[in-house]
Design a protein around this ligand. Structure first.
Ligand code: RB5
Length: 157
């Protein structure tokens, strides 16, 4: 498995910790984040990781900034990306099972490294359940690709 990881200047230590943790499990890591304490604009890492995942050059992605919000917002602008900010392992697990997330994000100012490891473990060990969830994931894709949602427009008539 190959995982892309990215971060901003706020999340260097957590990025290093998560990267080392996943490498210790034999996972190949593509690190596109910064290791410099200079200010680093989080959309750059969000975009880079998102493109690696969207193009199939990474199986999935991990993004870390101060809150996980900005970096996941940037990633979600890339077609095909479903990035979710999580502060707890349960949400991470369900985000994979129900929403088929392909990027997980969290905040270095919000959670500690042990919670971050638990989040990543739950997320990687979970599997998308497909079935009834696919119609909803397809709706998300429809909004992304067309800026419309037929089901909502029919509902409004
Ligand atoms: C950087 O100060 C901070 O805004 C960033 O790490 C992140 O929290 C944005 O969502």
């Amino acid at each position: 498995m190959r995982i892309a990881i990215g971060n901003d200047h706020v999340a260097i230590e957590m990025k290093k910790g998560i990267r080392a943790y996943l490498e210790s499990k034999g996972i190949e890591m593509l690190d596109v984040g910064t290791d410099s304490p200079e200010r680093f604009n989080y959309p750059i890492s969000g975009y880079k990781v998102a493109r690696l995942v969207a193009e199939g050059r990474a199986d999935c992605g991990v993004l870390i900034c101060g809150t996980g919000v900005g970096i996941s917002l940037a990633a979600n602008k890339v077609h095909g990306i479903r990035a979710c900010v999580c502060s707890d392992p349960y949400t991470a697990k369900l985000s994979k099972q129900h929403n088929n997330t392909n990027i997980i994000a969290f905040g270095a100012r919000v959670i500690g490294i042990e919670t971050a490891k638990m989040i990543v473990d739950e997320w990687l060990n979970a599997a998308y359940e497909d079935g009834r969830h696919q119609v909803r994931v397809d709706m998300i894709r429809e909004i992304e690709e067309t800026q419309h949602l037929r089901a909502a427009e029919e509902d409004a008539q």
